[in-house]
Design a protein around this ligand. Structure first.
Ligand code: SF4
Length: 234
């Protein structure tokens, strides 16, 4: 049992996302960061952080394969909230070696290749962006997918060796969109075109009515494989 994590979860079990963010902004002042992918949940958290602790480090991972709509939203969000959202890029030499060895669209060929691409373009830049922190925040929700049903508000991330905070773990999709509408938060226009979950362009498609909200991510793989490695557990 991890007593530190148990204590945090017991203390915050009835707290709102804003209270959770406020608590950890103080608890880890200067040693906490928010990793945004600019998805709907992350836009909610960005709006909250702008009101709670605008100096908190916020960063996004530019894999080099994102949608133009995502880049547009990055600029719009920076300007609207006056936040310096940092951008973390993959190591150029690693990307060159990978692409020259396996091809530019290697991810379609095997789960192994796809995970290699996600590691080089996402996981390694995430680790670099988190250097110097003890905790990180992300927008995971329990009902997003079969791979996320067990998440807690506070977890131990044994891969990054940090505390991981999921302030929206208890929220449903309706709460997310209700908050976005109420606060007039900018969101990715692809959400209006059948993309509930948005990642890299070649690995994201629109979903059909009735499909799982993560069905459009790495749709050629089985559902239990559909994580990029950022949220895996040891
Ligand atoms: Fe590469 Fe696709 Fe992963 Fe993006 S989502 S890093 S393009 S495999």
């Amino acid at each position: 049992m991890d007593l530190e994590i148990e204590n945090y979860n017991a203390r915050l079990k009835d707290a709102s996302p804003q209270e959770i963010l406020g608590f950890f902004a103080k608890e880890f002042k200067g040693r906490i960061a928010f990793a945004t992918s600019l998805g709907a949940e992350d836009q909610v958290i960005t709006e909250m952080i702008a009101g709670i602790d605008p100096d908190m480090k916020i960063f996004t991972l530019d894999t080099g394969r994102l949608f133009q709509e995502t880049y547009d939203l990055l600029d719009i969000t920076r300007k609207k909230y006056g936040l310096a959202i940092e951008v973390s890029f993959p190591d150029a030499v690693d990307v060159e070696e990978m692409v020259n060895k396996h091809g530019i669209n290697l991810f379609y060929e095997s789960v192994e290749n796809r995970k290699l691409c996600c590691f080089i373009r996402k996981t390694e830049p995430l680790s670099r962006a988190l250097q110097g922190t003890d905790a990180w925040i992300c927008g995971l929700r329990r009902d997003q997918s079969v791979t996320r049903q067990q998440i807690s508000i506070v977890e131990r991330d044994n891969i990054q060796n940090k505390i991981k905070i999921n302030p929206l773990a208890d929220w449903g999709l309706e709460q997310v969109w209700g908050y976005i509408r109420e606060k007039k938060i900018p969101y990715n226009t692809l959400h209006d075109k059948g993309f509930p979950s948005i990642g890299c362009l070649p690995c994201t498609r629109a979903i059909l009515p009735g499909e799982d909200i993560r069905a459009g991510r790495w749709w050629w793989e089985s559902s239990e494989n559909r994580e990029c490695g950022l949220h895996q557990k040891l």
